[in-house]
Design a protein around this ligand. Structure first.
Ligand code: UT7
Length: 311
């Protein structure tokens, strides 16, 4: 058994914070941020639960399924609203979902970890799963630290996934973690993010390339057959370096970070849905999702795109 994608949705807070806004409080410039990261603005506000609920509601509407038919909700987040209970409990109640729900924390690789987990649970017998990535990184960002404050934003994205006979849309995947690198990007409970940007940069490119290559190899697919890469949206230079090393044209990457900044678990679904909405995908296209994050985690998944209506 495999999975098919039935619906999708995203949510962003209303408040836009531009690089020029940050120039007023930090020793930084729009020019530096754009050149070094590709980010122009980010959205700030709401709670993780609110963003997850809004994105989940849109995905259910797009899928045209009843919320009670969802048998499991997986919320990938590194910024839950409370330590206990899981933020997915709020989402479950607000959307009147069926079945169980849990949060998953694999930092910025969380959505890919969630997709691979969902696929395995559908194969094991679950019928429908709501997978969400939602974050309010603004709450754990030190707004006086120019090394991190220019990077992060808030947002959410969701997919409704359904069990299907046969291979399904997830063709291959790769998940990994190197716990020896966990000090390079961390936030203690109640504290703000601390990051060694240069170290993360180097390791991010390496991890995305290795994990993508492993995934393509498992699926027996060549890099030039990939129609769209949906990378974690951290830094345009990381994305371009990874594409170059993989031999995939840079313009095949889905990009939203100019408008969203780095939204951790939400960044891959935000970029994927943006590409779908722009009509960048046709039936049969191969889509490579690839991410990295604190841990350090990494994860890649190769999907064969299928318009839900054409099934
Ligand atoms: O989801 C994973 C999250 N994290 C990441 O993906 C982070 C990965 N790393 C990066 O994206 C980049 O390393 C950064 C964007 C964080 C930094 O870019 P960089 O090109 O690696 O800059 P750098 O750290 O080598 O710093 C170059 C200079 C330094 O000044 P000096 O020492 O050369 O005088 C920094 O102090 O740029 C300075 N700098 C800034 N200047 C203006 C650092 N941040 C800023 C800033 N505005 N916001």
């Amino acid at each position: 058994m495999g999975m098919r994608i039935l619906g999708w949705g995203t949510a962003l807070p209303d408040k836009i914070v531009t690089n020029h806004d940050l120039e007023k409080t930090l020793d930084t410039s729009d020019k530096w941020i754009v050149e070094r990261t590709g980010i122009r603005e980010r959205r700030i506000g709401d709670s993780t639960g609110e963003l997850a609920i809004a994105a989940g509601r849109r995905a259910l509407q797009r899928a045209n399924v009843d919320a009670s038919s969802i048998e499991l909700t997986i919320l990938a987040t590194t910024t839950p609203d409370q330590t206990v209970p899981a933020t997915s409990a709020h989402v479950h109640e607000a959307l009147a979902l069926g079945g169980g729900a849990f949060d998953l924390n694999a930092a910025c690789s969380g959505f890919v970890y969630g997709l691979v987990t969902a696929n395995a649970l559908l194969d094991a017998g679950a019928k429908r799963i709501l997978l969400i990535g939602a974050e309010t990184l603004s709450r754990i960002t030190d707004w006086s630290d120019r090394n991190t404050a220019v990077l992060f934003g808030d947002g959410g994205g969701a997919l409704v996934l359904e069990r299907v006979a046969g291979e399904g849309q997830l063709l291959a995947s790769d998940l990994g973690i190197d716990g020896t690198a966990r000090s390079f990007l961390q936030s203690d409970i109640g504290a703000k993010i601390k990051m060694d940007g240069r170290e993360i940069f180097k390791r991010a490119v390496r991890a995305m390339v290795k994990s993508s290559e492993q995934t393509l190899k498992s699926a027996k697919v060549r890099a030039n057959e990939v129609k769209l890469v949906v990378p974690h949206q951290a830094n345009i230079r990381i994305i371009h370096a990874a594409c170059d090393r993989l031999g995939i044209a840079q313009d095949r990457a889905a990009i939203v970070l100019d408008r969203t900044g780095n939204t951790s678990s939400a960044s891959i679904p935000l970029a994927l849905v943006d590409a779908i909405d722009k009509g960048r995908l046709a039936d049969g296209d191969l889509v490579l999702l690839t991410g990295f994050g604190a841990g350090m985690t990494w994860g890649s998944a190769l999907i064969r795109w299928q318009e839900p209506t054409s099934k």
